[in-house]
Design a protein around this ligand. Structure first.
Ligand code: FAD
Length: 361
């Protein structure tokens, strides 16, 4: 089991997702960086792997997304589906269809050699004082004590860094995602499916072709009991209408940020910055999180590079103001989008307008 080489670092970044990788990359312009992840690397993050234009824009300065991680159909457009009323509203909102594990691995490959990357190393606690941060990690059964000037919590929806900081835990959606064998082609859309018959705990489902499989996801509101039973029902209903959907070869469970207030967006405190879902950076209306993770990670790393040790928070908070304003705007739409009336009315709105609204959500 690999453990961190040193005891002291300029910056320790917790979480090797898009937020943590970008933070580590830019923070390394100032000093030594350790990037740790609780999972073995390369990690497997349950995700649709749909890259929004905002993600591609954020990534453009770092190079082209390699074709080797793109899966067919290459581009899929978002489509709103009201299953009960058999309404489909295709939009002009495109997503690049990638293999998420390959995407994360590619991001890691962009890191300079000066960033030390250690998998299977979990942060279990930390304490900050006037001169730095003492960090406690666990590698196998061993506790490793480290010290740094800046700590970045990019450890996702159930962030330990955020909890330890006392920044208030956020609620999480329960997500299940099945990799379903395809027995024939399905339409090249990223279908977002509302289905009232699955009950009020069911937020929405999605179906997207991914090479020779389809991803079928279901998103449930926090504290949903026995979500797997509802996910099975969703699959049964979909299979009855889409005989191309075969057996599920893999099912993943995960948590996704359930953001309901801008007070859940916290850039950090003192020497500790929070990026990506850990900081509350994710679209509350569309569930799109990769572009938010990239943008907040880049801003956190740049703020560290531009400031004396431990003094990055002010710069980072200012840099995140546009994303906070964007989140506030999306939150205003959310009650209407989630209401029965809103979903009902969406069925009458022309596809061109759904398309335009979706671009902004
Ligand atoms: C089912 C599902 C489908 C999704 N589909 C899409 C999509 O198609 N497009 C899109 O844009 N977004 C999607 N999202 C959202 C997107 O995946 C996330 O918003 C994005 O990955 C967040 O990036 P992050 O860097 O903040 O955190 P993450 O990618 O979640 O990474 C956090 C990392 O921190 C590590 N970690 C956790 N605790 C510790 C600890 N104590 N010590 C060390 N490491 C720790 C974890 O192992 C993990 O690797 C989806 C989410 C889910 C759940």
């Amino acid at each position: 089991m690999t453990r961190p080489r040193n005891e002291r670092y300029d910056t320790i970044v917790v979480g090797a997702g898009p937020a943590g990788i970008m933070a580590a990359m830019h923070a390394s312009e100032r000093g030594e960086v350790l990037l740790i992840d609780a999972s073995p690397l390369p990690r497997n993050k349950s995700c649709g792997g749909m890259l929004h234009d905002l993600s591609l824009e954020a990534l453009a300065p770092y190079g082209q997304v390699p074709e080797s991680i793109v899966v067919g159909p290459r581009i899929v457009n978002f489509r709103y589906v009201d299953w009960d009323r058999d309404i489909r509203k295709p939009t002009t909102l495109p997503f690049l269809n990638v293999d998420r594990a390959g995407f994360d691995d590619w991001l890691v490959s962009l890191l300079p050699a000066s960033v030390e990357v250690v998998g299977s190393c979990a942060l279990v606690g930390f304490r900050q004082d006037a001169d730095g941060v003492d960090v406690e990690c666990k590698v196998a059964d061993e506790i490793v004590n480290l010290r740094c000037a800046n700590l970045v919590g990019a450890d996702g929806a159930r962030s330990t860094v955020r909890r330890t900081l006392g920044a208030g835990a956020t609620s999480t959606y329960v997500t299940l995602q099945d990799f379903v064998e395809l027995k024939g082609d399905i339409e090249p859309f990223f279908d977002c499916i509302y289905m009232r018959s699955l009950g009020d705990e069911f937020g929405y489902g999605y179906v997207v072709p991914k090479g020779d499989h389809a991803l079928v996801g279901s998103v449930f509101y926090p504290k949903t009991k026995r979500p797997w039973e509802k996910a099975d029902r969703l699959l049964d209903v979909l299979r009855a209408a889409m005989p191309q959907l075969g057996e599920s070869v893999k099912r993943e469970a995960c948590a996704a940020l359930y953001l309901r207030s801008t007070s859940d967006v916290v850039p950090g405190s003192g020497r500790v910055l929070l990026a990506g879902e850990a900081g509350g950076f994710m679209s509350p209306s569309s569930g799109e999180g990769i572009s938010y993770a990239l943008r907040s990670g880049i801003a956190a790393g740049r703020a560290i590079a531009a400031n004396p040790p431990g003094e990055a928070l002010g710069t980072y908070s200012v840099a995140m103001r546009p994303l906070l304003a964007d989140t506030a705007r999306r939150l205003r739409w959310l009650p209407l989008m989630e209401s029965r009336a809103g979903k009902y009315l969406a069925g009458f709105v022309p596809a061109s307008i759904v398309s335009r609204i979706t671009q902004g959500l």
